[in-house]
Design a protein around this ligand. Structure first.
Ligand SMILES: [Zn+2]
Length: 163
């Protein structure tokens, strides 16, 4: 099965839910911040560091390094909830009562190569949800560290601890 890597997003302000469409073939209903669906990060959070004092940057960097322990359960993937129709004309899903929810782990490996499978039980679903979340927290800390290093470099500061 081929799925496009691009994911678009539509917000529905009435119920606080976000609809994600992947290649127009699948529709994901994602509850914002509800923990039922977590999408893989595609853009970096931008940390505004230009006006931060060098000493403060160094302190933040030290704190980040203390917390940078690779989570053993990390998953670089999206955790998604999906409702489906089976195609039978006399089924309730044809009238809008879709089957589900079904939970999937989806990860883009390379263009045209997608890792995707159904998470069958609650244990699997919880592991997937946590693994995705732990990856994202770790990734965000790495990203902040990288942006601090870039800012220190811009100021002509050393990036490694001085002897
Ligand atoms: Zn059906």
């Amino acid at each position: 099965m081929k799925i496009a890597t691009a994911v678009s997003q539509e917000s529905d302000p009435q119920n606080g839910l976000t609809h994600f469409h992947e290649n127009r073939a699948f529709s994901f209903l994602l509850a914002k911040r509800a923990g039922h669906a977590i999408l893989a990060l595609v853009v970096a959070k931008i940390f505004n560091l230009r006006r931060t004092l060098t000493l403060a940057l160094r302190r933040r960097k030290a704190a980040l390094l203390r917390h940078l322990i690779v989570p053993a359960d990390l998953l670089r993937a999206s955790y998604v909830e999906r409702f489906t129709t089976c195609g039978k004309a006399n089924c309730a899903c044809a009238q809008g009562q879709k089957h589900g929810p079904f939970y999937y782990l989806i990860s883009n490996l390379a263009p045209g190569h997608i890792l995707k499978f159904l998470l069958r039980d609650q244990t699997q679903q919880q592991s997937a949800e946590q693994g995705v979340r732990h990856y994202q927290v770790h990734w965000e800390r790495l990203e902040e560290l990288s942006q601090i290093n870039a800012e220190l470099l811009r100021r002509g500061e050393p990036l490694k601890p001085q002897p």
